[in-house]
Ligand binder design. Structure first.
Ligand SMILES: [Zn+2]
Length: 148
C-alpha cells in the first residue's frame, strides 16, 4: 500500500521540470513508460531472484496507472497520450483548454487558475468526494494495532 500511494504521485515529478501547467505531461504521463519500468523490474527480480521486487513493481504500476486514469478524467489543460509512442493524440473526458495552463505549476493554487479549475463544478466536487472517501477508508481500515 505505501508503494502504491507513493507511485500514485510519481508521474507528477515532471511538473518540477516543466515551465507550465499545460506542458507538464512528459513521458511520465504515458502508460508505456510504466509498462516498460514494470517489465524491467519483473525481469530484474527474476534474474536476481528477489521475490519482493514483483509486488513492489506491481504497486508502482497500479499506482501510476491510477494517476493517469484520474488525470484523464479530470484533465483541464492537458490530456493523457494513452497510445504514445504510436500516437501523439491527447485524450480527455471534458474539453481541455491548454491556453489556460500557460502559467507556472506553482501558480495553480491561486487565481486566475484556481477559478478556472473550479469552473467545472462536477469535476471539482468529484475530486473533493474522492478525497473524503479516501480519508474515511484510511480511518476505517487502519491496522488495529495502532488504535491503542
Ligand atoms: Zn499528473
Amino acid at each position: 500500500m505505501p508503494v502504491l500511494l507513493i507511485a500514485s504521485i510519481l508521474p507528477d515529478v515532471d511538473g518540477l521540470m516543466s515551465e507550465t501547467v499545460a506542458g507538464h505531461h512528459s513521458i511520465l504521463h504515458t502508460p508505456i513508460c510504466w509498462i516498460v519500468i514494470f517489465g524491467l523490474m519483473v525481469f530484474v527480480g527474476r534474474i536476481i531472484q528477489n521475490k519482493k521486487i514483483k509486488p513492489i513493481s506491481l504497486g508502482i504500476f497500479l499506482g501510476t496507472q491510477l494517476h493517469l486514469i484520474t488525470d484523464w478524467i479530470t484533465a483541464r489543460t492537458v490530456g493523457i497520450k494513452w497510445l504514445y509512442p504510436f500516437s501523439d493524440k491527447d485524450y480527455f473526458l471534458y474539453q481541455i483548454q491548454p491556453e489556460q495552463g500557460q502559467l507556472p505549476v506553482w501558480e495553480m493554487v491561486q487565481n486566475p487558475y484556481f477559478s478556472f479549475y473550479m469552473d467545472n463544478g462536477l469535476l471539482f466536487w468529484i475530486e473533493i468526494g474522492i478525497i473524503l472517501i479516501t480519508i474515511v477508508l484510511i480511518f476505517k481500515n487502519r491496522p488495529s494495532g495502532l488504535e491503542n
